[in-house]
Design a protein. Sequence first.
Length: 53
Amino acid sequence: PDTCECCPSGRCAKLEGEPCWNETIAGLTPRRRKEGYCARNYLCQLRNDLLEE
């Protein structure tokens, strides 16, 4: 699931419980950091290198 709510496809590279922001980006206010907003430098992609079981 997209715990960051940043990916239109519904999948995110972040794991559940990981923060959705990067502390090196000063533009994200402390209030927003815990609200599920991803930092603007995250790129969400579906993986195509996994084989079906």
